[in-house]
Structures are given as structure tokens and as C-alpha cells.
Design a protein around this ligand. Structure first.
Ligand SMILES: NC(=O)c1ccc[n+]([C@@H]2O[C@H](COP(=O)([O-])OP(=O)(O)OC[C@H]3O[C@@H](n4cnc5c(N)ncnc54)[C@H](OP(=O)(O)O)[C@@H]3O)[C@@H](O)[C@H]2O)c1
Length: 322
């Protein structure tokens, strides 16, 4: 297969600042076209990021999907819109890379997975932190026993939102706020580290609160989990505080910590038993996009496939049900 021709659905923060600028640096994927609610906005985005299609700008999804030269869509719209857009793309025979979280309900997430499997298209979900070079080096060392069997893991990711104007905070377009903006990444990292040795999550407890803005959705969320082998994990996600973003892993024979790695840039410091882990920072979005394109080419699952992302939605739904 040659270059993967990708359409971006949505022209907001992640699409404009991180995904479109990363595409030219991938080995296998390029921006082909774009969907916006505003045609002029789509045209400006396509020109700004050098979309390759002779007709790159759309304000209607069906028209964008009708393009036979288009291979894949990258869904970068608010979470509530993911299901309809992913399912339409799958039915049109396009591969799908969906932003996290996959959907805002377990039913929608299942429907997306089913539609992609029925259409025989690849479904990947954009947990870019799996492509952080330091995280990859850390997980490899952990799998080789660097701290013995991991019995507990903790993720803390907070940031201070200026107000509650974000769509995630609203009852109409949002479903979860702290949990969907950053918490879902934490759940993904905890699953990545733990599930292989500890088995599936068998128990989950959650406390959430919206004490500052009185938002419709969680401003702070604490999730605790237990795995099949009795290991445990904690997540603290909040939109209220500046703090050190941290991952901590507690093993039978040692301790590992990552500080400042949770974010867009592939940076931060990781220590295993107080020893600095060497890694070369790379753009995790380039890694994510190349992984998706390679998964299609080699007919293998991407780093996070639909079924893994469905489990993440199941945990979010169990934590904060409707
Ligand atoms: N992995 C990561 O690092 C990361 C980081 C941030 C966000 N995300 C995920 O990416 C997705 C988009 O988040 P974002 O932060 O980019 O959001 P955003 O800045 O608000 O952009 C979302 C875009 O979706 C389009 N859209 C269509 N219908 C909309 C509606 N009813 N309300 C608002 N926007 C609408 C808009 O583009 P048009 O105006 O052109 O239609 C808008 O610019 C979410 O699923 C989010 O969780 C991932």
C-alpha cells in the first residue's frame, strides 16, 4: 500500500495543533481532506495544512466519505459525535482512527466496534501516550521484571481549567469532564501496565465532585480498581489544579516513577529504582499515526484497538454512570 490518505473530522485544538502538523512527519500517512461545520473554515484548514485532495474541504460528512480516493478518517470532534461519525465512515469502507474516548456510552462504543468489524476496516483509538518513547521504554523494562511483579499503580493528571465553558463540562455535548479529558488516558496507561500480568479489572470504585464551577460533569474524579490477581490501581484526574503529573508503579522488587510525561510533547523524566531511564523524546502523535497506518498495511491490530478502547469506556461508565 502507498500513502494512507486521511481526512480529519473537526478542525479544533487536537486537529489543528497536533494531528495535522504531525501528519507530514509520518512515514505512511498524509492529510487528504477535512470536515468542518463551516465550509470556509474547512477551506482555510485544508490550505493551512496542505491537504492533498483536489477537493479537500467539506461541510457534509457523506460527501467527504463518498470520495473513493479517501482511505481513512481521523475523528477529532467532541466525544458525543464520535459514534455517528465512526459508524458512517466504517459503512463507507474507510478505516477509522478515533480520538479518545471512543464514545460516551458503552452501547455506542460497542456499535462502533461492531460496524468496523462488519465492514472489515481497522479501528484505532488515539491514546497517544502509548507512543511516548519513555513510556514504551518503561513498559518494556517492567515486562522484563525491572521492579518485579507490579502490585499497585497510580496516575495523577490534573490541570487548571479557567472556567466551565469547555464542551466537556456541558450537559449537551459532554458526558464526563476530568474523566474524559485526561482521566481516560490514565485508565489506558493503567490498563497497559497492569492487565497483562494482573488480569482484567474485577472491582472499581469512584468518587467525583464539581466543587468549583458547579459544572454538569466531574471537575475532580478519583477511581480505584482491583485486578484479577489482587493488584490495585488509583487514578486522580482533575480540571481544578496545577500539579506534577505523575505515574507511579509499585512492584515486589522496586518502584518506578514518571514525572511530566503526561501531555502532548513526549517529554518528562522517568526513574526506575531511582535510576534515570534514558530515552530520546519523540512526537507521540507521529508514532500514533504511523502505528495506525502500519496496522492497516500489515493487517494487525493498532496499539489500542476498538475492543481495548471499549473496555476503557466500560470503566468510565462504571465509574460515573449516567
Ligand atoms: N489525545 C489527545 O492528546 C487529545 C487532546 C485533546 C483532545 N482530544 C480529543 O479530541 C477530540 C476533540 O477535542 P478538542 O480538544 O480538539 O476539541 P475542540 O478544540 O473543541 O475541537 C472540536 C472540533 O469539533 C468540531 N465540532 C463539530 N461539532 C461540534 C460541536 N457541536 N461542538 C463543538 N465542536 C464541534 C469543531 O470543528 P468545526 O468548527 O470545524 O466543525 C471543533 O473545532 C475529543 O474527543 C478529545 O477528547 C485528544
Amino acid at each position: 500500500m502507498g500513502i494512507l490518505r486521511c481526512a480529519l473530522l473537526g478542525t479544533g485544538g487536537i486537529a489543528n495543533d497536533l494531528l495535522a502538523p504531525s501528519l507530514p512527519f509520518t512515514q505512511r500517512a498524509r492529510l487528504w481532506s477535512v470536515l468542518s461545520r463551516s465550509k470556509s473554515n474547512a477551506e482555510a484548514f485544508a490550505a493551512r495544512h496542505g491537504a492533498m485532495s483536489p477537493t479537500p474541504a467539506y461541510d457534509e460528512l457523506d460527501a467527504l466519505l463518498a470520495d473513493p480516493a479517501l482511505d481513512a478518517v481521523i475523528v477529532a470532534t467532541p466525544d458525543r459525535l464520535h459514534a455517528a461519525q465512526c459508524i458512517a465512515a466504517a459503512r463507507a469502507g474507510k478505516h477509522v482512527l478515533c480520538e479518545k474516548p471512543l464514545a460516551t456510552s458503552v452501547e455506542e462504543a460497542r456499535a462502533i466496534v461492531a460496524a468496523c468489524e462488519a465492514a472489515g476496516v481497522t479501528l484505532g483509538v488515539a491514546y497517544h501516550l502509548r507512543h511516548h518513547a519513555g513510556h514504551r521504554a518503561l513498559v518494556e523494562r517492567i515486562r522484563r521484571g525491572a521492579i518485579g511483579r507490579v502490585r499497585h499503580a497510580r496516575v495523577q493528571w490534573t490541570f487548571p481549567a479557567p472556567d466551565a465553558s469547555n464542551w466537556r463540562a456541558s450537559a449537551e455535548v459532554g458526558r464526563w469532564w476530568a474523566l474524559a479529558s485526561v482521566g481516560t488516558h490514565g485508565l489506558d496507561l493503567l490498563r497497559w501496565v497492569m492487565v497483562e500480568s494482573a488480569g482484567e479489572v474485577v472491582a472499581l470504585r469512584c468518587l467525583s465532585s464539581s466543587p468549583k464551577f458547579g459544572a454538569a460533569h466531574d471537575e475532580s474524579t478519583i477511581v480505584t480498581m482491583k485486578f484479577e490477581d489482587g493488584s490495585t490501581a488509583e487514578l486522580f484526574a482533575s480540571v481544578l489544579f496545577r500539579s506534577k503529573r505523575r505515574i507511579e508503579l509499585f512492584g515486589d522488587d522496586g518502584y518506578a516513577e514518571a514525572e511530566g510525561t503526561l501531555g502532548p510533547r513526549g517529554e518528562g523524566e522517568i526513574r526506575i529504582n531511582d535510576e534515570l531511564l534514558e530515552f530520546k523524546p519523540t512526537n507521540p502523535y507521529v508514532g500514533e499515526l504511523d502505528d495506525f497506518a502500519e496496522a492497516i498495511e500489515r493487517r494487525r491490530p493498532p496499539a489500542v484497538d476498538g475492543r481495548e478502547a471499549l473496555r476503557n469506556v466500560e470503566l468510565m461508565d462504571a465509574a460515573l454512570p449516567l
